[in-house]
Ligand binder design. Structure first.
Ligand code: 9UX
Length: 72
């Protein structure tokens, strides 16, 4: 199955940041879809919980130099 995770992402100040975060998310194993919005600092990620966890998704965002926290 696939779950939807919503994350608040801090530190994005331009469209290139958004592309960077989306690119990182889309390379992660288990991530099926990732959409990041600059205006709301929100990222929506469809992922397979058998492959990757919410914490691993957050860690990947933070490793790239942004802040991330779980919305739900
Ligand atoms: Mo450009 Mo966006 O260095 O933070 S990618 S401002």
């Amino acid at each position: 199955g696939t779950l939807l995770g919503q994350f608040t992402i801090g530190g994005m100040t331009c469209a290139a940041c958004v592309n960077s975060v989306e690119g990182i998310l889309r390379t992660l194993p288990g991530v099926r879809k990732a959409v990041v919005a600059l205006a709301t600092s929100l990222g929506e990620v469809e992922y397979d919980p058998a492959v990757i966890s919410k914490d691993e998704i957050i860690n990947a965002i933070e490793d790239a130099g942004f802040e991330a926290s779980l919305v739900q």
